[in-house]
Ligand binder design. Structure first.
Ligand SMILES: C[C@@](CO)(OP(=O)(O)O)[C@H](O)COP(=O)(O)OP(=O)(O)OC[C@H]1O[C@@H](n2ccc(N)nc2=O)[C@H](O)[C@@H]1O
Ligand SMILES: Nc1ncnc2c1ncn2[C@@H]1O[C@H](COP(=O)(O)OP(=O)(O)O)[C@@H](O)[C@H]1O
Length: 290
């Protein structure tokens, strides 16, 4: 029985994000511990003669035109590299906030590459799949096999999959888009200029408590510039930090999504309830992270 051509595109969370410096090509070298949430978009592929995309779901209207969708960009890049690639129509159910620091578009693109690889009997480690991922965007390679791992460079250097203690979190987005280039620009580094040399061995933690302690010693260096671009991020961080039993409040990626971490699933659900009661129109999701 063939596997159904459907996959989840989970939200990517940067548990830590240290900017090491700005490179000559304008991109920034990062060091980030990336994990994936239990919440995400869904993608299905119906085999057919040409490439096409249908998008539905609550955040579909925010994801731009179908032609510019990262699902189509990734699929075209793979089709350009593999002769006779079998393709079809993608059906994307978009739930994640867009331009939100949780790599929704990148995860959708990576999901598209996984489905095309499955349809064509290619491993996701195939060089053409890896290259299509890298050329689609800096965050796409880490989303190809969505497991917690260290990400370095501009996203092209990936460490081995890590078995992190399970974390219980709340994701909060004030429903304002924040464009990634604007945040890197607000960081204000010149080409060749460094910012940090920190190495953070958060993955060495063997218990949730030890991991939370290590995460608290790390940072997201994009928080200060993102707060300049969108002050609501500071408000969201403050509200999370004030929820009962919150162990850590931090921004993911270039924002605006921020996350709170808690000791267990009940505390995370209660944290989500508290934020929702204060900001009923924001996107608030209790989720596990691993
Ligand atoms: C910041 C991060 C952290 O995981 O996440 P998000 O906030 O996007 O979720 C990523 O590095 C974002 O990856 P992604 O969103 O795929 O970036 P791209 O489309 O390739 O690049 C958009 C723009 O961001 C800047 N950029 C991106 C990555 C990087 N390491 N250095 C950069 O300077 C560049 O100005 C680039 O033109
Ligand atoms: N499938 C998609 N989902 C979300 N955004 C998409 C998608 N395809 C293209 N985009 C565009 O990519 C940009 C970044 O979106 P997204 O991946 O959600 O950002 P982030 O990585 O900050 O969470 C947006 O401006 C959006 O218009």
């Amino acid at each position: 029985m063939p596997q159904p051509l459907a996959t989840r595109a989970p939200a990517k969370i940067n548990l830590t994000l240290h900017v090491l410096g700005r490179r000559a090509d304008g991109y920034h070298d990062l060091e980030s511990l990336v994990a994936f949430a239990g919440t995400g978009d869904d993608l299905r592929l119906e085999p057919g003669t040409g490439l096409a995309l249908h998008v539905d779901g609550p955040t579909a209207p925010l994801a731009g035109s179908d032609a510019d969708n990262l699902v189509m960009k990734a699929a075209r890049l793979l089709a350009d590299r593999v002769d006779g690639l079998k393709v079809g129509t993608f059906h994307l159910t978009k739930r994640l906030p867009v331009a939100a620091g949780i790599g929704g578009g990148s995860s959708d693109a990576a999901a598209a590459l996984r489905l095309l690889a499955r349809l064509n009997g290619l491993p996701v480690s195939h060089p053409a799949v890896r290259e299509a991922a890298r050329l689609t965007g800096a965050d796409v390679p880490v989303c190809l096999e969505p497991r917690a791992r260290m990400m370095r460079g501009a996203g092209e250097e990936l460490g081995p999959a890590l078995i992190l203690p399970r974390l219980f979190g709340v994701l909060v987005n004030p429903r304002v888009p924040v464009e990634t280039p604007a945040v890197f620009k607000a960081l204000g580094l010149q080409p060749g200029q460094g910012l940090s040399v920190a190495a953070h061995p958060a993955h060495e933690a063997s218990s949730p408590d030890a991991l939370l302690t290590l995460l608290n010693k790390a940072r997201n260096d994009l928080e200060p510039p993102a707060l300049k671009v969108q002050p609501l991020i500071g408000e969201a961080l403050g509200l999370i930090a004030e929820t009962d039993c919150c162990r850590l409040a931090r921004m993911s990626g270039s924002g605006a999504t921020v996350f709170g971490l808690y000791d267990d699933c009940e505390a995370a659900a209660e944290g989500a309830r508290q934020i929702r009661s204060l900001r009923p129109h924001w996107w608030v999701k209790a989720t596990s992270l691993r």
